[in-house]
Design a protein around this ligand. Structure first.
Ligand SMILES: Cc1cc2nc3c(=O)[nH]c(=O)nc-3n(C[C@H](O)[C@H](O)[C@H](O)COP(=O)(O)OP(=O)(O)OC[C@H]3O[C@@H](n4cnc5c(N)ncnc54)[C@H](O)[C@@H]3O)c2cc1C
Length: 424
């Protein structure tokens, strides 16, 4: 008999015992509930908010990017130093599994031009509705507006609309999220509860966030909300590794944000934690060489204004105004200097945006607290998963794949744990 079938058959005897809790109804917790209910359990899913997976729903607003279609070694490398830690989760729930999972729920997916995978309608709400419907039909029970406020021995205390309640469980999966966008439910308050248990938690920091740049008022007024497309961002990180990538970023009221910035938000945050401000570089004309640009800018402009002359080589709008942000009026007439700046525009990052605004959270519960099934070493039967753990990844579907994979990994670990304690 396969281990999975063996687990399933043994657990059927525990069915309806209702003593398995998943605390946190985000995608990590819901995936754990799916595995447990498929195994014949009726897990209780607790969440502080009135409805489940609010961050997942919010993710759907800009297009729900479920995962990424790329070669598996490259995919794994997106988790930086946590690559090995995430490996079991990605093995149990790879991008292919994610697409199959969505398909089984009734949602075909497609691969966008950049490799990002979306449901056909790009929306989160219909998919979440179907998911929760299937979970409920399969025995998962939801306890909303139940906020975990303390944990002592096997006593879990929740704040509910009817006051405080205490529960005890045979197994618990904590899936409490990070601390970005706290209005959606993940506030990071769990750090205090787990710290009291002696668990080590690395400071929560923003990931996939914007950076402050001191644009002039004129520039901000004219260009905030403008995309800077097809530019190359380059810099050398604190480990001495040189990064360079073409993409798109967005100029905002406070500075810069967008996919190209998020790709490197980890490395740039680390640079700023060491020393700020820090400078990264933008090639604003990646398709023209420095010598070609210099040559074009050195041509006689006759009686033409500088702007009209620049327009002839496509130097207009935001790119022309960026030059004015860093060069003096007289310097703008120096072709070599202008060409040099266009090829290597110094983008001075003053600081990074706060955690509350970030798309995701870096830092969290340290791996050393957990065994290979994501169970706490010092607290048998208690597992931790998802964004509350100390790993990060750029946007691109890596976050959802990682958290749902860990939900599955921990639920499978809990199933094994339950069999073991039954045998004792
Ligand atoms: C604007 C935005 C867009 C995004 N887009 C994408 C995307 O397209 N693709 C992608 O891969 N990722 C995306 N993400 C990131 C992704 O949504 C998160 O990484 C993911 O939701 C984390 O899952 P989780 O289950 O670990 O935590 P969460 O989704 O944060 O869920 C944690 C749950 O725990 C509950 N909770 C917290 N504390 C308590 C407590 N004390 N008691 C009870 N319940 C509690 C919360 O209410 C919440 O429901 C986006 C994030 C944002 C903010």
């Amino acid at each position: 008999m396969s281990l999975k079938r063996e687990i399933t058959s043994k657990l059927c005897s525990l069915k309806n015992s209702n003593n398995i809790a998943i605390i946190g109804a985000g995608p990590a917790g819901l995936m754990a509930a799916e595995v447990l209910s498929n195994a014949g359990y009726t897990p209780l899913v607790f969440d502080s908010k009135p409805s489940a997976a609010r961050k997942f729903l919010r993710a759907g607003r800009g297009g729900l990017n479920l995962t990424h279609d790329e070669e598996s070694a490259l995919f794994s490398s997106r988790y930086f130093e946590a690559e090995d830690f995430l490996a079991p989760a990605l093995e149990t729930f790879s991008p292919t599994h994610m697409r199959l999972w969505a398909k089984e729920l009734g949602f075909e997916t497609y691969v966008g031009s950049s490799g990002k995978v979306y449901p056909l309608d790009k929306k989160a709400a219909p998919l979440l509705r179907s998911w929760i419907h299937r979970l409920k039909a399969n025995g998962t029970q939801f306890k909303m507006q139940h906020k975990l406020v303390s944990w002592s021995k096997n006593s879990w205390q929740f704040q509910t609309p009817d006051g405080l309640i205490k529960c005890s469980f045979d197994g618990v999966i904590l899936a409490l999220g990070g601390a970005s966008w706290p209005s959606l439910g993940s506030t990071g308050e769990w750090t205090k509860i787990l710290e009291k248990k002696g668990l080590s938690i690395n400071p929560l920091k923003p990931a996939n966030m914007g950076f402050n740049v001191s644009w002039s008022d004129v520039f901000k007024e004219k260009f905030s909300g403008t995309a800077l497309k097809n530019v190359i961002l380059s810099f050398t990180d604190i480990k001495g590794i040189f990064h360079s990538k073409m993409g798109e970023l967005m100029v905002s009221e406070y500075g810069v944000e967008g996919s190209l910035i998020y790709t490197y938000s980890k490395q740039m945050r680390e640079m700023m934690d060491r020393e700020s401000p820090c400078i990264v570089y933008l090639d604003l004309f990646p398709h023209r060489t420095l010598s070609k640009l210099t040559q074009e800018l050195s041509k006689s402009r006759g009686k033409q204004s500088l702007s009209a002359f620049w327009k002839r080589i496509g130097l207009t709008g935001i790119k022309a105004s960026m030059l004015r942000e860093v060069l003096q009026k007289e310097e703008l007439k120096e072709p070599e200097l202008v060409a040099k700046i266009l090829k290597k525009f110094p983008l001075k990052l003053d600081s990074y945006r706060p955690l509350e605004e970030a798309i995701s959270t870096a830092g969290g519960l340290a791996f050393e607290n957990l065994d290979e099934s994501l169970m706490l070493n010092d607290f048998a039967g208690v597992f931790c998963v998802g964004e509350m753990l100390d790993w990060e990844a750029p946007t691109g579907g890596y976050l959802l794949t990682g958290v749902m994979g860990q939900g599955k990994q921990a639920a499978e670990g809990l199933l094994k744990f339950l069999i073991e304690i039954q045998q004792i």
